[in-house]
Design a protein around this ligand. Structure first.
Ligand code: ZN
Length: 132
């Protein structure tokens, strides 16, 4: 599964977004370590604190199947705008990312960037920080 294929799935997921308050549609797609793909969209709530980002929906769908590692995560918003995951989602990525994890952020149908976990969350607090 290459970046463009994963971005294509994220684009389909984006149209499923439930965002009546912001009208800000986000789509995401996760590739698990075992090669399965899970999509996600943002889901808002009238109590704004209950809203969940597309990235976390996709990651949690993956992890809820019993998987524990994600290799890639693609994120798209509207064409011509750069997707940028929030800090909360970056921390969740740090929990489950493989060492070679790739975050793929679309600009439009043709352009995207690929970032590592260290690039998006330097000096991250990770599970091994809790080991005594
Ligand atoms: Zn987020």
């Amino acid at each position: 599964m290459d970046a463009r294929e994963l971005l294509g799935i994220a684009r389909v997921e984006r149209h499923k977004a439930y965002c009546p308050y912001s009208n800000y549609q986000v789509g995401a797609a996760v590739l698990s370590e075992s090669g399965e793909v899970f999509g996600g969209c943002n889901i808002e709530n009238c109590n704004y604190g209950g809203s969940v980002c597309a990235e976390r929906v996709a990651i949690l769908k993956c992890i809820s199947t019993g998987a524990r590692k994600i290799k890639k995560l693609a994120v798209v918003i509207e064409e011509g705008r750069q997707a940028k995951p929030c800090g909360f989602c970056r921390q969740v990525m740090a929990e489950f990312a493989t060492p070679d994890f790739e975050l793929i952020l679309a600009w439009d149908n043709e352009e995207y960037i690929v970032l590592t976990l260290d690039e998006i969350l330097p000096f991250a607090f990770k599970p091994d920080d809790l080991e005594m």
